[in-house]
Design a protein around this ligand. Structure first.
Ligand code: PEP
Ligand code: MN
Length: 255
């Protein structure tokens, strides 16, 4: 049985399955409130949204930063959903006081000072697997957090880099049972960054559920075509609603 990690009043692990959803980036008050309300209605229980963004190019949208954090808190208030958002720097930690779960992105998985700093807080941490990191390295990064005293860690497989270019990354679904053989931490799958294509998200969300994941993290945007980041992999609210419906069916079949 996996360990239970509690985020606000939402539990992940130990038989509790949770869906995290929201836009790649917070873009405006209207956008985050609209997406938050729609994903909540569909059955998501935690809201995601990037404020400080880790972008490959410095010329791409870098996020709304502190203003983005404020808008997420507004959406939390409006919907009652706990929020998760990525931290990029140890120096930003004081800004995250009211954030329910801190995300360590794939590119920061081996930023050991950042891992130790979030390990000294009591906030749940969503630790994403690095683009070219082994499962052993992911588990050792989790140890960096836990050895500072914070045991509230959730692991996230989000695809790894292979020679395949059709998909943005290659989803390592075997990471779910393989991690569960080695740790009792909850394991979730991010089919959005794993595939980079909205058309592939539903199948991979269902497969991840069937493979025993404790939850999913899915990017949803009210206008994917005009999204400031990751539009190609973002679901519309209606598509997300359908994914949740199918994932629920898989969960029922597993029971
Ligand atoms: C994200 O979830 O916003 C993100 C940037 O993902 P990753 O770190 O997995 O690329
Ligand atoms: Mn994204």
């Amino acid at each position: 049985m996996t360990k239970v990690v509690q985020i606000g009043d939402v539990k992940i692990g130990g038989g509790n399955f949770a869906i995290i959803a929201g836009p790649c980036s917070v873009e405006s008050e209207e956008q985050i409130l609209e997406v938050a309300e729609s994903v909540r209605k569909s059955g998501a229980c935690i809201l995601r949204g990037g404020a400080f963004k880790a972008r490959t190019s410095p010329y791409n949208f870098q996020g709304m930063k502190t203003e983005g954090l404020e808008l997420l808190l507004e959406a939390k208030k409006a919907t009652g959903m706990p929020i998760v958002t990525e931290i990029m720097s140890v120096n930003h930690l004081p800004l995250y006081e009211d954030v329910d779960m801190i995300q360590i992105g794939a590119r920061s998985m081996q930023n050991f000072e950042l891992l130790k700093a979030v390990g000294r807080t009591d906030k749940p941490v969503l630790l994403k697997r690095g683009l070219a990191s082994t499962l052993e390295e992911l588990l050792l990064s989790a140890e960096y957090i836990m050895s500072e005293g914070n045991e509230n860690v959730i692991l996230c497989e989000r695809g790894i880099r292979t020679f395949e270019r059709y998909t943005r990354n290659t989803l390592d679904l075997s990471a779910v049972p393989a991690l569960k053989e080695q740790t009792d931490l909850p394991v979730i799958i991010d089919p959005s960054h794993a595939t980079g294509k909205s058309s592939l998200v539903e199948s991979m969300a269902m497969a991840a559920t069937a493979a025993g994941a404790d939850g999913l993290m899915i990017e949803v945007h009210n206008d994917p075509e005009n999204a400031l980041s990751d539009g190609a992999q973002s679901l519309t609210p209606a598509q997300f609603d359908e994914v949740v419906r199918k994932v629920k069916k898989i969960r029922e079949a597993l029971d």
